[in-house]
Design a protein around this ligand. Structure first.
Ligand code: P6P
Length: 343
C-alpha cells in the first residue's frame, strides 16, 4: 500500500512532536532534503546536462574538484540559507566556515556536509552520495567560527545521507534509531521504505581498499588475512570482499545486510590522521551506524569521542557489524600492548 507510507516530511513532523521540538528542526531538515533532491536530479542527468568531468579548481584537500562537487556544494548552501535555521555551514569543498549572508536570519544549528562523496565515481556511473551532520550552535555565538564546529560526534543532533544509486534514498537519524526513505519520482517525495534499520552483529563481508595492503598496520593485516583464509582459516568461515570507493554506498550496504568497512590508518596516512574526514564523513556515519546497533571506531577509540582539532581533520574509520568491529579493536589493543613504542 505505497500511498500509506509516510513522506519524510511527515515522518520528521511526527518525530518532532515526539521529542517536543519547536518545528524549526522539521523545517531545517526539509531544506536539507530539498537540496538532496536537487543534487540527485543533477547527478542523475549527468552527461546530459554537461555536469560531468572536472572543474578547473581544487578543494582544500588539494583534490581536483568535479563540476558536480562545486554545483552540489552551491545547491546545499543556497537551500540552507533561506530557511534561517542555520548559524553557519561548513563543507569538504570550502576551506573555511560559510557564514549566513547579511540580510538572512541566523538560526541555532550548524550544518557540516560532504556535498558529493565518492565523486571520483561520477563519470563511471557508480553510486555517490551527500553526507550531512547537524550540530547545535554554541549558546550566544552570533557569528560561528571553525572552532564552534569542533564538537565531538557524540554532540550531533542529526546525521544522514542521500544515496544517488539505482534508486535515490535518504537515510536519517535524530538519535531515535535509523530510517530509510526512497524518492518516489512520480510524487517528488521521499517516502518511508526502510523503517528502523538495524545492522546484524555478525557478518561475512568486509570492505577495504586492498591495494593498500603493504601499508597496513599488523592488526588490520591480521584481520584481513584471517578473513581471506576462509573456512580452513582461524575464522572457519568464508568471507566476501567489496570495495565501491564510495563511503555512502558501503555504509548503505552495511545498514541493509551487515558488513564491516575499513579505511584504517597506515604507514602512508599516519602523518595525516587517516583518509576520511572526521566532521563530515566519520562522525555522521558513526552516528548512523551506532544508532542502527553497529559500532564505529578508529581501531583504538570510538569515533564519536574524538575531539576535533580542525574542520578538515582526518580520522581512521572501522565501522559496521559489532562482532567484527569489536574483534578489530581487540586486535589493535593486543598489538599496541605488545608494541608500546610503535603504538
Ligand atoms: P580510495 C571517496 O573519495 C572517499 O572519501 C570515500 O567515499 C571512499 O570510501 C574513499 O574515499 C575511497 O578511497 O582510496 O579507494 O579512492
Amino acid at each position: 500500500m505505497p500511498h500509506t507510507r509516510p513522506t519524510i516530511t511527515h515522518f520528521i513532523i511526527d518525530e518532532q512532536r515526539r521529542i517536543g521540538g519547536t518545528g524549526a528542526f522539521t523545517s531545517l531538515l526539509a531544506d536539507v532534503v530539498t537540496a538532496c533532491k536537487m543534487i540527485g536530479s543533477q547527478v542523475n542527468r549527468g552527461a546530459l546536462v554537461g555536469v560531468q568531468g572536472i572543474a578547473d579548481t581544487e578543494n582544500v584537500q588539494g583534490e581536483v574538484q568535479k563540476k558536480l562537487d562545486v554545483l552540489s556544494n552551491e545547491i546545499m548552501l543556497r537551500a540552507s540559507v533561506v530557511g534561517g535555521h542555520f548559524a553557519a555551514m561548513a563543507s569538504e569543498e570550502m576551506e573555511d566556515v560559510h557564514p549566513i549572508p547579511e540580510g538572512y536570519p541566523r538560526g541555532h544549528y550548524l550544518l557540516v556536509f560532504d556535498p558529493l562523496d565518492g565523486s571520483s565515481n561520477i563519470d563511471v556511473n557508480i553510486s555517490v552520495g551527500t553526507i550531512f551532520s547537524i550540530l547545535r550552535c554554541p549558546e550566544g555565538v552570533e557569528h560561528p567560527t571553525a572552532a564552534d564546529f569542533l564538537q565531538p560526534g557524540a554532540r550531533q543532533v542529526c546525521a544522514g545521507y542521500a544515496l544517488y544509486g539505482s534508486s535515490t534514498m535518504m537515510v536519517l537519524t535524530t538519535g531515535q534509531g535509523v530510517n530509510g526513505f526512497t524518492l518516489d519520482h512520480a510524487v517528488g517525495e521521499f517516502v518511508l521504505t526502510h523503517p528502523n534499520l538495524r545492522i546484524p552483529a555478525a557478518t561475512d563481508e568486509f570492505a577495504i581498499n586492498a591495494s593498500r595492503e603493504p601499508l597496513w598496520e599488523p592488526p588490520v593485516r591480521r584481520y584481513v588475512e584471517e578473513c581471506t583464509a576462509g573456512a580452513l582459516g582461524p575464522r572457519a568461515k568464508k568471507f566476501n570482499m567489496r570495495w565501491v570507493a564510495s563511503m555512502v554506498a558501503e555504509v548503505h550496504r552495511i545498514l541493509i545486510r551487515g558488513g564491516v568497512f575499513l579505511y584504517p590508518t597506515d604507514s602512508e596516512l599516519a602523518g595525516k590522521g587517516g583518509k576520511l574526514r572526521l566532521l563530515y564523513e566519520g562522525n555522521p556515519m558513526a552516528m548512523i551506524v551506532e544508532q542502527a546497533g553497529g559500532m564505529a571506531s578508529t581501531g583504538r577509540r570510538r569515533i564519536m569521542e574524538v575531539e576535533p582539532q580542525g574542520l578538515h581533520q582526518r580520522v581512521p574509520v572501522i565501522l559496521g557489524s559489532s562482532d567484527e568491529v569489536r574483534r578489530l579493536i581487540d586486535y589493535h589493543r593486543e598489538w599496541d600492548a605488545a608494541n608500546p613504542a610503535a603504538a
